[in-house]
Design a protein around this ligand. Structure first.
Ligand code: C2E
Ligand code: CA
Ligand code: CA
Ligand code: CA
Length: 275
């Protein structure tokens, strides 16, 4: 027993070492990712569930490294967040998404709102408001066509965060709470948040046939609609899920049922086909 205990300790140590080494590698490579042009944004349509009409799109970051291949944002965003690199990366994303959206509008596509994910550390950075303002100025995108997706975790600093959210909304930007229902805050926090939309976490859509999950889903939809907020369901993969959501009054959704996130070129084709 003693021996195997020692072995499992060694194994644990090797594993841990591999995880640390991978993190350090990613952190190191992230430092040059912007200047080496390794980032791209993909776009996933937001769709009106009853009509299937595209009413917006979410920008999602993609990192393609010559050696490491495609690294998932679920892996590198937390690394960038921890090292602080997320601030520069987040600025790049914001600029690229606004620039792209403006260029689609200039080409004559019906104007849509682009949603951009903002991480906690980026949001809490003292220059965040200024960067957003200057991106809108530089790109010429009207604020009404930008939405920021934040998570409940920014509410660790209620006072500061609320002030920043208010300032963003005064500029004409809309705010959506992402992954709603997975954080620790209660439903009753929603009326207090200066936000426009709640985005219901994918886990509720995955478990839509579970009685308890469905009743929570319904409660969240009703609360959102009752407060006159936008309500968006994410991660819709099947027609069945779409129908249940429509039956319970959810107006908007996103998911593989409609489209995966795609390159700007492919998204533009989708827009042309829809028009
Ligand atoms: P998220 O913001 O919750 O984005 C939704 C994720 O679900 C995306 O994964 C999207 O590709 C995926 N997805 C969409 N529809 C479906 C579906 O029907 N089925 C399934 N299984 N998945 C679906 P992705 O692109 O890998 O991004 C993962 C997370 O990384 C995002 O979760 C977000 O938290 C973060 N992220 C991505 N881009 C950015 C960014 O530019 N900035 C920041 N701060 N975070 C980002
Ligand atoms: Ca999101
Ligand atoms: Ca989400
Ligand atoms: Ca998520």
């Amino acid at each position: 027993a003693k021996e195997s205990g020692k072995n499992s300790f060694r194994f644990y140590n090797t594993e841990l070492h591999a995880i640390m080494a991978r993190k350090m590698k990613l952190e190191h490579e992230l430092r040059r990712a912007i200047e080496r042009n390794q980032f791209k944004l993909h776009y996933q349509p937001k769709v009106e569930l009853r009509t299937k009409r595209i009413i917006g799109m979410e920008a999602l970051l993609r990192w393609e490294h010559p050696e490491l291949g495609v690294v998932s944002p679920a892996e590198f965003i937390p690394v960038a967040e921890e090292s602080g690199q997320i601030v520069a990366i987040g600025d790049w994303v914001l600029e690229r998404a606004c620039e792209q959206n403006k260029s689609w509008q200039d080409k004559g596509f019906p104007p849509l709102c682009v949603s951009v994910n903002v991480s906690v550390r980026q949001f809490q950075h003292r220059e965040f408001l200024m960067s957003v303002r200057s991106v809108l100025q530089r790109t010429g995108l009207p604020a009404a066509y930008l939405e920021l997706e934040i998570t409940e975790s920014i509410m660790q600093n209620v006072k500061e965060s609320t002030d920043v959210l208010r300032a963003l909304r005064r500029m004409g930007i809309s705010i959506s709470i992402d992954d709603f229902g997975t954080g620790y805050s209660s439903l009753f926090i929603i009326p207090k948040l200066p936000v426009d939309t709640i985005k219901i976490d994918k886990s509720f859509i995955d478990d839509i046939d579970d009685r308890v999950q469905l009743s929570m889903l319904k409660t969240i939809i009703d609360l959102g609609l009752g407060l006159n907020l936008g309500v968006v369901a994410e991660g819709i993969e099947s027609e069945h899920q779409r129908q249940v959501l429509v039956a319970h009054g959810c107006p908007v959704g996103q998911g593989y049922l409609y489209s995966r996130p795609v390159s700007p070129e492919a998204f533009e084709e989708m827009l042309s086909a829809a028009g």
